[in-house]
Design a protein around this ligand. Sequence first.
Ligand code: MOS
Length: 736
Amino acid sequence: MGFFDDKTDFVLPVEGRVEGIAKVKGQGKYAAEYKVDHVCHAVLITSDVASGTIKSINTDAAKQAEGLLDIISHLKKPAVPGFADETKIKESKFGLPVFYTDKIYFKGQPVAMVIAETLEEATYAASLVKVEYTVAPFEVDFSQAKNKVELKSAGKERGDEKSWSNSPFTVDQQYNIAAEIHNPMEMHATIAHWYADDKLRLHDKNQGVNGVQKTFSGLFGIPTDNIQVISEFVGGGFGSGLKVWPHVLAAILGAKQVKRPVKLMLTRPQMFHSVGYRPASWQRIKLGANQDGKITGVLHQAKNGCALYDPFSDGITRVTRLIYQFDNLKTENAVVPLNLSAPTWMRGPGDCTGDFAVESALDELSYQLKMDPVELRYKNLAIEKNPETGLPWSTNFLKEAVEKGAKMISWNLRKPTPGATTEGDWKIGYGMAVGMWNAGRNKAGAGIKMTKDGNIVLQTAMTDIGTGTGTGMVNIMHERSGISRNKIKIELGNSDLPPAGSQGGSTGLSSISGAVAAVCDALKLKLAEYASGSNQKFKNAAVADIILSDKGISFQKEGESFVSYQDIFAKNNLSTVDVEATSEAGEEKKKFSFCSSAAHFCKVKVNTKTGKVVVDKMVVVVDGGKIINQKPAANQISGAAVGGIGMALMEKMSVDEKLGSIIANDLAGYHFPVNADAPIIEVAFINKPDLNLNPSGAKGLGEVGIIGAAPALANAIYNATGKRFRNLPITPDQFF
Ligand code: MOS
């Protein structure tokens, strides 16, 4: 991974992740790795058919199997008050009411679960259970099913469609993207433990412990405080951990049934239909433009696949309402129910799908206009204000990002005529695209425990899915408090700690940084109060006058004359100083709009004999506000860009249309980029703080690394070959 550091506003030392050592030593425990006394093991039995009802479940042979503890199905399971009747099931919004229905919605749906002493015994016993089905017709073919649903308005229409129908330049094209599956290295797993009748502890892989807690509090009608959810280390999420999935409930029901802790880990093939995916999509973009490149109007229509039991809409047209000043704009969408499991948010959800269509159409237009694609972007970017809300951007450096990206890729080497650059059997092309994401901030809490040696533990319930939340918290705390990084320890991903929102939607650091700032201030005030016994100046001192160091507390610039923590703790007879604080967005939301953005540039080589595409160079310049952790931030962008290579060239959920099965459902069959498929991604940051969004000025950057990556590649392939691809993935066979 390489990254360009322009050092514009960077003061923190570039250091590694705080959890890095634990992770590489294998000490960072994932959900399934906790040792819980008396744990037993569960194995799911999943449907062999894609549609119908369960006719019978024969457990006779399985019941004789060694080590068997119990078998759960819709015929025998513990009570879930939240699933008491059809109305309650609907209201629960849980999606699939696992073991509370005999209906089959997709192939792979859990229909029963075997619990045994060991995983091997459970696996064997599960193989002995015979399930019979009444089979019904099914539909898994998105390309067919999409024609049966009607589009509906998605957002207020801007201007008038008729006003631009006679524009001198138009593009009217359709785009299709295959469903893609987030496959974090760590499979989803849950250890469920009812340690009292109404008290539950979960070691569970997820991106938000408080959300999981709330879901089961609702379903079981018990207080949230009775449910502890631990998700301290997460081996990748990409959105798969933002929802609470049926297997988690299955583990909880298992534990209730056998009155013992139950561990359930999904297999890799089960990951393909248990924890969501980016749904298949169809889009149409119709746009008009004047000779000077000003867009006169846009129509963006989109449909995405969903489950029969969960009408998930991916929000594909949202991004079209955000980046550009489109004065005439109509967006419409629809969901297409299929006999597949439920899709969900996956890295840059909706926006990276919609952005592919818009950024491809603009590229196509640039060739009609004979205008540089960069120039065309400049003419239409909404620089001053959010075109949707009309509010001024708090900060928006997308144009600067484009300028910098063009320099980094040497955009001047691009020839405007497709196919004009060749090197032997290779055709060379350059492409670009931009992406944007609404930057958000959620309510979040943080706590501090300080001991007399001046060491502090900084706590939050927020998870760290590998993005660097914990490292960011240390950096922010260090910068704001003056306490050395090595005196600060992190505890997170546990619902017993101060509550915080999920880590997703690029909101993690933006949200938690406010809480860290608030709790840091609370610590200063509390220490000042204790120190006022030794030094009167600290009585009612303002936060700005209080300076902390590794040794003690000083007033204003007193420097050497400080009250030591040793003193404070001794005089006040303290063992720890504990503070907690919560923070959330305030009035600034009414005054400003907030966005993160990225400019993507790439150079590709396409082999004329084989159709092989080599991504030769890839540059991503990001406006993510202030960069709190250079290394993990660049790492995030680089990973997202590689995800974009997967989206453009490889990834596809393959469904057998005759059987309704997901095929190639492992990491060998499902193609995604490995190191050999990706160049060193060159990442640069604008690194200008957005202090209206939160006290750290970080805007979030998890999503924008992928939003724009796929269209930049498709556009480069066009520039190389003159072949316009509007369907993803672009595989070698399609060149001939
Ligand atoms: Mo993500 S789709 O914000 O985990």
